[in-house]
Ligand binder design. Sequence first.
Ligand SMILES: C[S@@+](CC[C@H](N)C(=O)[O-])C[C@H]1O[C@@H](n2cnc3c(N)ncnc32)[C@H](O)[C@@H]1O
Length: 266
Amino acid sequence: MVSLALDSTHLAETYDRVGERQFNHGKQLVSALRIAAGHRVLDVGCGTGLLALHVAQLVGPSGKVDAVDPLPLRVALAKKRAPAHLEATVGAAEDLSAFASGTFDVVYLNSVYHWLPEKLTPLREALRVLKPGGRIGISTAASDAPHEFEVLLKQVFASSDLADVQEVPSGTTHKVSSSALREQLQAAGFTDVQLEIKSFVDHFDDTEAVIGFNTASSFGNFLSDLTHEQRALTHSLLERELEKRRDAEGIRLQRNLSFAIAARPA
Ligand SMILES: C[S@@+](CC[C@H](N)C(=O)[O-])C[C@H]1O[C@@H](n2cnc3c(N)ncnc32)[C@H](O)[C@@H]1O
């Protein structure tokens, strides 16, 4: 069960720093969406607003970016960096009623879809607020191409010492396969679905940095259900595995993401 009540100022500020990884793949997503000067764009699940700011620079003052996220502490950071034509507010993918139908040229969710417990309502909301012919972009963890870290985490939780833990606390509980993502987009009414899996390599200084990144990215959900002892054990088992992946730049971990672009029929 994903909780939206575990965020803190520390986690939000940490995400603002370590979220450059999501920012970098997000730039690839928005580039594929062909955002241009004057466009109206909605960033759903904007976090601390780094990518929304980048998009605000693309649309310029003749356009406008709206950005919503359910975590008030992250929205507060997004507001701090927002120029006049970027408006960040607290809100969620399931209810975009603050926006009139047919408002946006582009709606995107960057590293957000795998947090949504139910997919049809958010997709139908995105379709509704798009102009006819408008485009949606989604980058998300894919169950058919798990991150290297998740595979490793599964290995660690297969250890007999952690046998009490029922579910691997990966933090991306609601991820779907790339084919399910295609079907969900089509079921919601989108057409022209283009989908690919892209891979990204991250380097981390140490195990602490890997855990810090996952905790901040999951707004506190990662390993949150574990006892103090289970957490300490996870740390040491993870460290042993992670150190095997160290190269000249640090601990090397590959992430794989589904990138989907689709259109509201004209
Ligand atoms: C990994 S962060 C990505 C943030 C940002 N999109 C980026 O690229 O840096 C995931 C975000 O999804 C947001 N989120 C979780 N549940 C959501 C929901 N139901 N609707 C919209 N956003 C949600 C979280 O609050 C968090 O900010």
